[in-house]
Design a protein around this ligand. Structure first.
Ligand code: SF4
Length: 240
């Protein structure tokens, strides 16, 4: 078995070691540079903008989310009270995919935010409670909850999204079953206390960049990939 992996408990599959994950991160960081996530329009209230953006970006490309956030900002200050008071919230976020569904999700998130007492009170929640409460809200699943916990509350959470599964499967780190919590816990257990929120922030952003620029869904561009020497699929493409 590779020195960069240990056996995943209960399976014949390797699980990445902390050193291998750091190496994976560092190779991508060298290839793509700092990612500067999360993209923010208004520095006056960046954390609330992250909450809104995390919901709007579900199954929606970021340029359309950006347009929807601009429309919300033009219609009033970006805060939960104003969003809950909009007569035509679906109309304002029309560009961000299924707008009626997302309007309900935004309202649910804003009501929770207000009832919970805002950022200062929510900050007092431990990470497990924060994520559990977010996941209890209408239309917020584990990925969106972890994105909010990571980027708005600076909690060390690995976002086990479809890009991570795709790349890790090809890399030789993950078996076929795409179970969100299992991948998140595997990565967080491997990294342990050494991984900060800043590390997870950049790791997720780099995975997204890599999935879009090299490790494409249909045909990965292994010939130009910074991970080719350490990736199981990439090594298989290299030939004798
Ligand atoms: S070598 Fe190919 S399959 Fe592996 S991470 Fe790079 S692009 Fe993806």
């Amino acid at each position: 078995m590779s020195s960069q992996a240990e056996k995943l408990p209960g399976t014949a599959w390797p699980s990445p070691t902390a050193e291998a994950i750091v190496d994976f991160h560092d190779r991508l960081a060298a290839a793509y540079g700092p990612q500067h996530w999360w993209p923010i329009q208004d520095d006056a209230n960046p954390r609330f903008e992250i909450l809104i953006g995390a919901v709007l970006t579900q199954h929606t490309a970021w340029p359309n989310v950006d347009i929807a956030i601009s429309a919300l900002r033009e219609a009033g200050p970006l805060n939960p009270e104003t969003i809950l008071a909009h007569d035509d919230l679906p109309g304002l976020i029309r560009r961000a995919g299924p707008h009626r569904i997302k309007a309900e999700r935004l309202r649910s998130l804003c009501r929770w935010f207000v009832e919970r007492g805002g950022f200062e009170a929510i900050e007092a929640l431990d990470t497990a409670t924060l994520c559990r409460e977010l996941r209890s809200l209408h239309g917020i699943g584990p990925e969106t909850a972890d994105v909010i916990a990571l980027y708005a509350f600076h909690r060390p959470r690995f976002v086990a999204d479809a890009y991570a599964f795709r790349i890790f499967e090809r890399y030789g780190w993950w078996p076929g079953s795409r179970r969100y919590e299992r991948l998140r816990e595997t990565i967080e257990t491997a990294l342990g206390e050494r991984a900060t929120a800043a590390f997870y922030d950049e790791l997720h952003a780099l995975i997204v960049a890599h999935a879009k620029q090299r490790c494409h869904k249909q045909v990965p561009d292994c010939a130009r990939c910074a991970l080719a020497a350490t990736c199981a699929h990439g090594r298989g493409q290299a030939g004798p």
